[in-house]
Design a protein around this ligand. Structure first.
Ligand code: FER
Length: 283
């Protein structure tokens, strides 16, 4: 079992299996069929490469780790697009690898020619000196709120210096699950000049209120994709419902996808499967 703590397991049980009252409205339905069986199982196909690298975080003042997936057939001299992919409250930079099978899902999609060439950068969203998921993981919630300085001020410049990647909004996507979903909405919608593609899966209570998230609906319309999803048995559902309702009221184009499931990995893997195919236009 990865680094999930007892506190997080209790949380997952509370919000996943015994959810508070969830009322589904007419809009709250699946936008896509589930990913095909086996989409997250390793096949005999070319594999991408996964490496952990360290960067200097100016805002935190430490050297921090992040995980980078480069696709099968990666050529260092070729320009790639970048998906920045964020974890949940009990995770670290390893979570999408250890629990989300991100490399397996993407390897399979590349083998099936369904994906645009991209790097996936998985940073640690807990912007504090000790960024391990230790003890009471909820105590680090404020550090998740500080992460925008690290992402924008250190991580993106580091990635754009180390790898040959496009360095404009059209070629940057931001996505995440739960706390990382809230970060994605807060920092993605707050930095429309930096990201053109946004995916928020099962967003947590760190998500800003909708009117703060989208103070200027006209500006948000310049996003290429705003993907909002949640499981139909997730106790945090009301947050995503609130975001969808506000976007709809203000006429901001978005995808609203309600998965079947709780606050769990099958939902987030399915979201990644769909979201990754929708970003960066044609392959
Ligand atoms: C909360 C419930 C859930 C909360 C955060 C979460 C900050 C995050 C869950 C996750 O990331 O999986 O009240 O408050």
């Amino acid at each position: 079992m990865p680094i999930y703590t007892a506190a997080l397991l209790a949380l997952t049980t509370t919000i996943g299996q015994n959810p508070p009252q969830i009322t589904l409205g007419p809009d709250d339905k699946a936008a896509f069929a589930n990913a095909p069986a086996g989409f997250d199982l390793s096949r005999d196909v070319p594999k991408g490469t996964v490496e952990t690298v360290e960067y200097e975080s100016k805002s935190v003042g430490t050297r921090r780790k992040l995980v980078v997936y480069t696709p099968p057939g990666y050529e260092p001299g070729t320009r790639y697009q970048v998906l920045y992919l964020l974890h949940g409250i009990g995770g670290t930079e390893r979570e999408w690898m250890d629990s989300g099978a991100v490399n397996v899902i993407l390897d399979n999609l590349y083998a099936d020619k369904k994906l645009a060439p991209m790097l996936v950068v998985m940073p640690n969203g807990r912007a504090q000196t000790n960024d391990r998921a230790e003890g009471n993981v909820f105590a680090s919630a404020p550090a998740f709120g500080e992460f925008d300085k690290d992402l924008l001020g250190s991580i993106i410049p580091f990635i754009e210096g180390k790898y040959t990647v496009y360095a404009d909004r059209e070629h940057r996507a931001l996505a995440g699950l739960s706390m990382g979903g809230g970060q994605t909405l807060n920092f993605g919608l707050g930095n429309l000049d930096t990201f053109a593609w946004i995916g928020a899966f099962s967003s947590a209570p760190n998500t800003f209120a909708p009117a703060k998230l989208v103070p200027d609906p006209e500006k948000a319309k310049k996003l290429r994709l705003l993907f909002v999803s949640c499981g139909d048995q997730d106790g945090l559902m009301r947050i995503s419902q609130g975001v969808h309702g506000y976007l709809k009221e203000k006429g901001v184009p978005h995808v609203w996808h309600v998965d079947s499931g709780g606050h769990t990995w099958p939902v987030w893997k399915n979201d990644l499967y769909h979201f990754s195919q929708m970003i960066f236009g044609k392959r």
